[in-house]
Structures are given as C-alpha cells and as structure tokens.
Design a protein around this ligand. Sequence first.
Ligand SMILES: Nc1nc2c(c(=O)[nH]1)N[C@H]1C(S)=C(S)[C@@H](COP(=O)(O)O)O[C@H]1N2
Ligand SMILES: [Mo]
Length: 201
Amino acid sequence: MNVTRDFTGRARVHNPGLPPGQYDAGDDWPVLSAEVTPDLTAADWSFRVDGLVERPRAWDWDEARALPGSEYAGDIHCVTSWSKFGVRFGGVSLDAFLDVVRPLPTATHAVAYAHTGYTTNLPLADLTGGRAWIAFEYGGRPLPPEHGGPARLLVPHLYFWKSAKWIAGIRLLDHDEPGFWEQNGYHARGNPWREQRYAGD
Ligand SMILES: Nc1nc2c(c(=O)[nH]1)N[C@H]1C(S)=C(S)[C@@H](COP(=O)(O)O)O[C@H]1N2
Ligand SMILES: [Mo]
C-alpha cells in the first residue's frame, strides 16, 4: 500500500491489489441479482457437467459435499466497480468435477447456468488449474441465499458476473456462446486487470 494526498490534502490509500477503475467496498457486500432469490434448498440443489465430455454426470448436495474441500482466500471484483478484499469461500475446486467427466479435446468454452436460468460464458481454461470453485461457504458459514446459496460458481480472477449464483451446471462447448450479460454488451471474458468490462474493451 502507498499513501498519497488528494487535492484537499486528505490521505488516500492506493491499494496495489485494486484493478483499474475499482474501489474498495470495505465491509459491504452488495447483492447484485437479475432474478428474485430462489427458494432453493440443499435438498433441491444439484450440479451437472455435460456437453463435450466423456462421461456427463450430475452431483446432488451430499455427493458434491463429499468431494475434497478447497478454499479460496483473496479478492473479488464486480464490474459495477466495487472490489472486496480478503474474502474466504469454502467449496470444491471445479477441477475435481472436471476430472470425473473428462473434457474432450474439442472443448474450448463453457456456459455456466443457474437454477434460475441465468447464464454466463467462460473459456474452459478459466475454469481449470485451481482457479474456479463451486462454493458452499462464505467466511466459514453456509453461503447466504441472496449471495447464491446453497452453491454458486466462484471464478474470482474474472469480474464477478462470471460467478453464477445458484449454480445448476456447466456445459462444455467447442465455441464461445454469450450468456445473459454478455448478450447485453458485456465482455466475453471479463478480466478486471485488463478492464474488460464491455464488448470491445
Ligand atoms: N444467478 C445469478 N448469478 C449472478 C448474478 C445474477 O444476477 N444471477 N449476478 C452476477 C453479478 S453481476 C455479480 S457482481 C455477482 C454478485 O454476487 P453477490 O450478489 O453475491 O455480490 O453475481 C453474479 N452472479
Ligand atoms: Mo456485477
């Protein structure tokens, strides 16, 4: 961190962990949902991986929770310009699911979809290598319903709209297929460090 003074003489902390155009939301965690929070219990929840894979399959809550646990501790960045530092999510690495279904060599992209119908597209490479999770917990507690509980996708190195709440499945494709926000002008990948907010950025 380095401290600079703005024109009023107020000290401002510039955090090098803050991507361009973002601000630190501090303790706030805004809720951003295009849908009404669904009434989705753990018993109703399931997660499916299919499309260009050798063995498509679905996991129910107990099956998903039985997979080896994995934590993310770090930052998240919303395209509406808030970032949140030092958050902690608990869940299962997406690699654990992909190891079971075995993506075909032709799979290059994915569409993640929610139990509500929300969709978002990602390059498959952004979902592998320990950089994406199915998250069940936040700060050691069950993920609150408004934040995607019982389970959400978490892809913290991309803008947070890629982290689909109430995640229902991921379909692997051989092409990029724009999701909900991407069809409405947002960037196909959404790397906050390159400020890929809108198509063409
Ligand atoms: N199902 C679903 N997932 C979603 C969204 C949504 O509207 N519906 N909004 C996205 C956006 S734009 C952001 S910034 C984050 C917000 O997550 P939060 O409400 O937990 O902060 O969820 C993402 N995932
Ligand atoms: Mo967002």
